[in-house]
Design a protein around this ligand. Sequence first.
Ligand code: HBI
Ligand code: FE
Length: 313
Amino acid sequence: MATLANPQLDYSILPDLPADVFTAPLQKPAHVGDDWLEPKQTDYSAEDDRIWDDLFARQMEVLPGRAASAFLAGLEKLDLGRGGVPEFGKLSQELGALTGWSVVPVPMLIPDHVFFWHLANRRFPAGNFIRTRETFDYIQEPDVFHDVFGHVPMLTDPVFADYMQEYGRAGWKAMRYNHLKALGSLYWYTVEFGLIEEAPGTVRAYGAGILSGPTETVFSVEAESPNRIMLNVDRVMRTDYVISDLQPTYFVIESFEDLYRQTVERDFDRLYRSLGPSFTYANTAVIDVDDVLHRGTQEYLLRGGRGSGAKPV
Ligand code: HBI
Ligand code: FE
């Protein structure tokens, strides 16, 4: 039987989690199996559908000139604004025809090795629930708007689609070395908070964490506060991150091909063996070897960040 310590190559079987591999414990709801998949997608209320439509309209106000062309193209191909929370079955059919990915419903955050297993098999696990009016502006857990609006458009891009699958395959190796946080940083600074330089001097956002909310959509590409640094996979995987506020640093790719290439060419065994038990670089650090596009003032952070009422400048 395949285990994390002796991974099989076809990735079709969910691996066992050895006792010495650390993963955050999650309470599995009784109605889901080992794959953590919901038997079916939630039946959304009329108000849920209105919340989707309002979130969608709000994002469409800020995306032009800020979201990556690949993201905007994906939104259009999948027609995510046809009204109400998209139906995963139909969405999966359309996405499947483009890149072979599907979207599957999960109740909440799922364990790392299960998440990686779905990605390695080109299934994107999407949160089933949608936020309420009370939590319209900010939620910490991924809901269906973040997961579907934020993540799924990029999965229509063939190169990005391959990158996500490679990421899933890389997950088990990271767990074996207990360096999941390092691989998590790569996800964080690309899939969630990535920027791309589409033409010299033209930076756009493709990360789902950015594009599922209006504030960071503007802040990430236009504010003076954050650093914007050309992405180097090795450097990013040594960089800490915080999940609860606007990012002090964004990493910029030159193309999805380059991101894919850097990831598959990286010798992760070597990297994990060379990593210490904690991160080398703080998330505000600018280091000698960085190719810096914009050196941030960190004004937002210096004024106290989220909770202080600081303006995201
Ligand atoms: N579960 N539903 C869900 N969504 C995620 O983005 C997610 C997860 N479980 C684990 C996980 N992400 C992490 O392993 C990666 O972000 C590194
Ligand atoms: Fe996400």
